[in-house]
Ligand binder design. Structure first.
Ligand code: PFF
Length: 449
């Protein structure tokens, strides 16, 4: 099963790119506010368990599927199903993933646009002397302006598809090689800063003193759903990255490193944010507005707040950018490999589709505020819920079932190349634990639990 196609230059670039996909708005925007809303340490603890028990085995599974197939997720699932002697309908897993990526980018890009706007606001010194009221009204005013939102959204779509159009080596690899090390460097600076001026102790206490009474079913299931989103699992992004991976690289070891990097960044950003929040006696459980409404107040009151504010939002922008690239790579790879369009044209096509969808999403914050789609939710929330709580877990479930129950054991073992004991543990997880955990999410969501 091989085709002449691009590959990562080496194992490190694969790891950087996959970590780039994993580390994104999920870690920096969602994880801290979910921790804040779900009572702190209990949520962190459950999240860590979800990453270890479900996340890492599934990441191994998805990379394995991609590398064995050496194709985009749709053709890849088709080819693997043929090899296993099972139904060609498995390709629908790839199809669903491809659409999930396009739908996620539609709202991801809108939020990433807010981040770009906040880079500029921080640089203009708008945070200085900001109080809660002003922070909230500045944010509301921004959300009320479709033109401004569209401007930043357009810019982010352009940045994303611009990279994807350049291909695996000149685009994806090059971007990740620059953006990821910069991201880590900025993170260290911010940590040092929040350690010296923030309330580090309170942040650590909030995030790491376990209080088991707060481990509710809701906390468990939202942690599990977030583990998927955070590791970019279930939609073929990791699979398509795995399909550019050379044969000799250890899938198990790289998966563990990527999951560790993803988790560590989430935790460190969380600590940095909460240290600033607590030092200013602000509210940790503010929800999605945490970094847009609460954090600017903290930056505005602290020494060097302007420069640190800029650095913070640049960090978030870099993280979002490297994730966004991976959201559309499956679609662009599929079109390029199946039509006469070249990469650039495919990127334009997907870019236009996502731009249009994104416009609908950003209008749902103002002019189309009252439009209700699925489950009585607005456009933004519908896309978010549909993808992160249904499509990604469903994709992950199908991949686990396919790898665990349908693929030939010898093929899987050959691809994973781990000790017999580790293999047995992995297989048990992928056959029973991961599917059960995912089914639990669904049952819970439909109110049966
Ligand atoms: N993992 C990304 C984040 O945490 O922000 C989001 C994401 C990227 C999800 C790519 C899924 C994906 F395929």
């Amino acid at each position: 099963m091989s085709q002449a196609r691009s590959h990562w230059s080496n194992r490190w670039t694969f790891m950087l790119a996959t970590a780039g996909s994993a580390i994104g708005l999920g870690n920096i925007w969602k994880f801290p506010y979910m921790t804040g809303v779900n009572g702190g340490s209990a949520f962190v603890l459950v999240f860590l368990a979800c990453i270890a028990i479900v996340g890492i085995p599934l990441m191994m599974c998805e990379i394995m599927l991609g590398r064995r197939a050496q194709r985009n997720p749709i053709d890849g699932m088709h080819a693997l199903a043929q090899e296993a002697g099972s139904s060609r309908h498995w390709k629908w897993v790839g199809v669903m993933g491809l659409f999930a990526g396009i739908l996620i980018l539609a709202f991801y890009s809108v939020i990433a646009g807010w981040i770009l706007h906040y880079v500029v606001e921080a640089a203009r010194g708008s945070f200085i002397g900001m109080d809660g009221e002003r922070a909230a009204s500045a944010f509301q005013q921004f959300l009320a302006s479709p033109v401004e939102l569209a401007l930043w959204h357009t810019m982010f779509i352009g940045m994303t598809l611009g990279v994807v159009a350049r291909g695996v080596n000149a685009g994806l690899e090059q971007a990740n090689k620059i953006l990821m090390p910069s991201l880590f460097a900025i993170l260290l600076v911010l940590l040092g800063y929040s350690m010296s001026v923030g309330d580090f102790h309170a942040a650590l206490h909030f995030m790491f003193t376990p209080d088991f009474s707060k481990v509710t079913p809701t906390a468990v299931l939202s942690a599990l759903g977030h583990a998927f989103f955070s590791l970019s699992l279930g939609m073929g992004a990791v699979m398509v990255y795995g399909s550019y991976l050379q044969r000799h690289v250890s899938i198990a070891r790289t998966s563990i490193y990527i999951a560790l990097a993803d988790t560590l960044v989430g935790l460190l950003v969380g600590i940095a944010i909460f240290a600033l929040v607590f030092a200013n006696h602000l509210e940790p459980g503010a929800g999605p507005g945490l970094i847009f409404q609460t954090l600017p107040i903290a930056f505005g009151r602290m020494p060097m707040g302007t420069i640190m504010g800029v650095l913070f939002f640049v960090l978030v922008a870099f993280a979002a950018w490297t994730s966004a690239i991976s959201l559309v790579e499956p679609a662009v790879a599929w079109i390029t490999e199946n039509s006469r369009l070249n990469r650039k044209q495919s990127a334009w096509l997907i870019g236009i589709a996502d731009w249009l969808l994104g416009i609908a999403v950003l209008l749902s914050f103002n002019l189309w505020q009252d439009i209700r789609l699925l489950f009585g939710l607005g456009i933004f929330d519908t896309l978010d819920k549909l993808t992160t709580t249904i499509m990604l877990p469903l994709g992950g479930l199908c991949m686990a079932v396919f790898a665990g129950w349908y693929m030939k054991t010898s093929h899987v073992a050959e691809e994973l190349d781990i000790s017999p004991l580790a293999y047995r543990a992995w297989r048990f997880t992928i056959r029973y634990i991961s599917p059960l955990a995912i089914v639990a999410i669904f049952l819970y969501l439909t109110g049966l639990l």
